[in-house]
Design a protein around this ligand. Sequence first.
Ligand SMILES: Nc1nc2c(c(=O)[nH]1)N(C=O)[C@@H](CNc1ccc(C(=O)N[C@@H](CCC(=O)O)C(=O)O)cc1)CN2
Ligand SMILES: Nc1ncnc2c1ncn2[C@@H]1O[C@H](COP(=O)(O)OP(=O)(O)OP(=O)(O)O)[C@@H](O)[C@H]1O
Length: 210
Amino acid sequence: MRPVSHIGRAAEPDKQMLRREFIAVRNRLTADDVREAAGALAERALELPELAHARTVAAYVSVGSEPGTLALLDALHARGVRVLLPVLLPDNDLDWGSYAGEDSLARVQHGGKMALFEPTGTRLGPHTVTEADAMLLPGLAVDTRGMRLGRGGGSYDRVLARLERTDAHPALVVLLYDSEVVERVPVQAHDQAVHAAVTPSGVHRFRRGA
Ligand SMILES: Nc1nc2c(c(=O)[nH]1)N(C=O)[C@@H](CNc1ccc(C(=O)N[C@@H](CCC(=O)O)C(=O)O)cc1)CN2
Ligand SMILES: Nc1ncnc2c1ncn2[C@@H]1O[C@H](COP(=O)(O)OP(=O)(O)OP(=O)(O)O)[C@@H](O)[C@H]1O
C-alpha cells in the first residue's frame, strides 16, 4: 500500500476517498448533535486570543451537518467585529460581503453544488479577504502539522494563495468536529497549513513545519 502523506498528484485519489469517509460520518449526526456541537464550538472559538483581538474576521455560514458557525458569527458581530462572508464565484474563487445579522443572508444554490448562505449586501471584491486579522476556514479534517483537507473545490486554496501573494498573515483557524483532527491527511504542493483547529472540546495549535 502507498503511504497517504506523500506530496503530489497521487494524493488526489486519497483525498477523494477520505472526503467521502468524513462526509459519511457527518451525515450520521442528528440535528441535536449538530446544535450541541455548534454551541460548544462557539464558546471555544470565542476564547481564542486571535479572535478576541481581531477587528476583521473572514468566516463562513455553515450548512447541513458542518460544525455550526451562526452563533459564533452573531457573537463576533455583536462585539463590533467586521465579519466577512464568502460569495462563491463561478470558478470557485471567493468574493466577500459583510455579515449584518441573519436577515442579511440569502440561500444560494450554485448549480449542482451544495446550497450556501451568502451575504446579500455589497460585494467587496476577492481582494477584501486580505484585510482580515483572522480567518475561519471550513474543512473536513486537519492533521498534526495543520494540513487541512477541504471539500475539494479549491476555494480556500485560492484564498490562501492570494494572502501569500499580498503578504497578508491572518490567523488561520479551521472549525471541525473532535474526530476530524487526525494524524495525517494527504497533501499536494499547493496546500498550506493552518495555525489552529477549534473543535467542540477544545483548541489544537499547530507548529509550522511540525
Ligand atoms: N458552509 C460553507 N460555506 C462555504 C464553503 C464550505 O465548505 N462550507 N466553501 C468551501 O470551499 C466555500 C464555497 N466553495 C465551494 C466550492 C465547491 C463546492 C462544490 O463543488 N461542492 C460539490 C462537491 C463537494 C462537496 O460535496 O462537498 C457539491 O456540493 O456537490 C462547494 C462549495 C465558501 N463557502
Ligand atoms: N491557487 C490556486 N488557484 C487555482 N486553483 C487552485 C489553487 N490551489 C489549488 N487549486 C486547485 O483546486 C483544486 C482543489 O484542491 P484541493 O483538493 O487541495 O482542495 P481543498 O483544499 O480540499 O478544498 P478547499 O480549498 O475548497 O477547502 C485542485 O484541482 C487544485 O489544483
